[in-house]
Design a binder for this molecule. Structure first.
Ligand code: HEM
Length: 403
């Protein structure tokens, strides 16, 4: 995918920096939106395998940009490592709380912009290899209500779901920061600098969680710890404009993050016969194709039936219950990571972006009672945050909040 972004950068250089930035962001958004096979075909020469006959070295990956209409922590495809951090702001008067938040967002903007550009004065961030840092900053529903912030009206905590075993100390929070990058080192250092800035603004760390993904070829989908490709069915840019990003106006380039820390019983799931595992998901682990298709990016056909009248994708299969076809076409942008906090505590950091968290609620309400994965998963933490629109060059994150 980055190869294609590089191509866009080259094509737009002559048109000046503004055009280049817009084209890159548009490319990034489309790529992040998971066009997967289509994008790969564009980047690697089409469906006919012609690229293999005329191999060309892909152009070098352009570095992610901090400044832009949307935060790069949403628009960049998942990276090797992630670190999520949440902070609580000290109770204060509305005016005092707003000042503290404004100061913190200004500090985070400066710090993250420098760390992303590789210009941080911190020696520990001056590595030989580019860290490809991306980030997103969001505010929680509680803080938004306390300070009367201009956030989407529907921003709210999630309801309780059947089977939830949530630990409040691992979820929630007033300010949420997600860092992603090529290596853990950079994330640890930037997390430390962000925590120092948060403390200086009177905020206290609430929870932090790290995660990772397997190394995958550009444009291919990473697997989760159950061994399945995870992140295949994501929206393209026009669909994302409708379901992921806010409506025209102040929130147009903002979105809502739903985070769930989901513990997975990897050993018990692995003990199922392979066909049972495929039936539980509704896709084949090997190539990621739906049980009704032959390629990973084929749309699952939730209406297809076997000769005996049963559904090909079973009634309790994960991709049936989470299908946009049961939900008026609504699609969230999933950008999950795995975590490993000890032999009995591994799982998925479910991170999904959507215009309105009610979308998650509808899907999770179906999954919580019927998903074939339920005997193997447990939701242990939850957070919702309004992910701020990006900060264009010279601007500060969160300028929309004060209106
Ligand atoms: C540990 C828990 C979970 C695992 C292992 C898991 C795994 C998967 C896999 C393997 C797929 C198929 C490939 C893909 O399209 O990415 C998938 C699809 C999907 N999952 Fe999950 N998932 C989990 C939790 C959730 C939760 C909590 C939600 C939302 C409430 C969710 C929503 C979706 C959606 C919307 C799709 C795409 C459906 C489609 O458009 O075909 N998943 N998941």
């Amino acid at each position: 995918m980055h190869a294609e972004t590089g191509k866009v950068r080259k094509q737009t250089e002559a048109a000046g920096p503004g055009v280049e930035r817009r084209a890159l962001l548009a490319a990034g958004a489309v790529l992040a939106a998971g066009l997967g096979a289509g994008v790969q075909a564009l980047a690697h020469g089409g469906h006919d395998g012609s690229a293999q006959q005329h191999p060309a070295a892909p152009p070098p990956d352009p570095a992610p940009l901090f400044h832009g209409p949307r935060q790069a922590g949403v628009t960049t495809p998942p990276q090797a490592a992630t670190q999520l951090l949440a902070f609580d702001l000290a109770p204060a008067t509305t005016a005092g709380g707003r000042d503290a938040l404004r100061g913190l967002l200004a500090d985070l903007t400066r710090l993250l912009a420098a760390a992303t550009a590789g210009t941080s004065p911190d020696l520990r961030l001056q590595g030989a290899e580019p860290a490809r840092l991306t980030s997103l900053v969001g505010v929680g529903p509680d803080l938004a209500a306390r300070l009367g912030l201009n956030v989407p009206t529907a921003l709210a905590d999630l309801p309780a779901f059947a089977g939830d075993r949530l630990d409040p100390a691992r979820g929630g929070g007033d300010v949420l920061l997600q860092l992603c990058g090529a290596d853990r080192w950079t994330l640890t250092v930037v997390a430390e600098l962000a925590t120092t800035a948060a403390r200086a603004a009177g905020a206290t760390p609430r929870w932090t969680q790290s995660g990772f993904l397997p190394a995958t070829a550009p444009g291919s989908t990473a697997r989760n710890l159950f061994g399945f490709k995870d992140g295949t069915a994501n929206p393209d840019e026009p669909t994302a404009r409708q379901w992921v990003w806010g409506p025209a106006g102040a929130h147009e380039n903002g979105t809502v993050l739903v985070y769930r820390r989901i513990r997975m019983d990897v050993a018990a799931f692995a003990a199922l016969p392979a066909d049972r595992r495929d039936l539980a998901i509704g896709r084949r682990a090997g190539d990621g194709a739906p049980l009704t298709g032959s390629a990973e990016h084929d749309e699952p056909d939730v209406y297809a039936k076997n000769p005996d009248g049963s559904y090909v994708i079973p009634a309790t299969a994960h991709v049936r219950l989470s299908s946009p076809r049961l939900d008026g076409g609504a699609r969230m942008l999933r950008r999950g990571y795995s975590y490993d906090d000890g032999p009995d505590d591994r799982g998925l950091l479910f991170c999904a972006f959507m215009r309105d968290s009610a979308q998650f609620t509808r899907v999770q309400t179906r999954l919580a009672t019927r998903d074939a994965l339920n005997p193997f998963v447990q939701h242990q933490a939850s957070a919702v945050a309004y992910v701020l629109p990006g900060a264009p060059e010279g601007a500060t994150l969160g300028e929309q909040l004060w209106g």
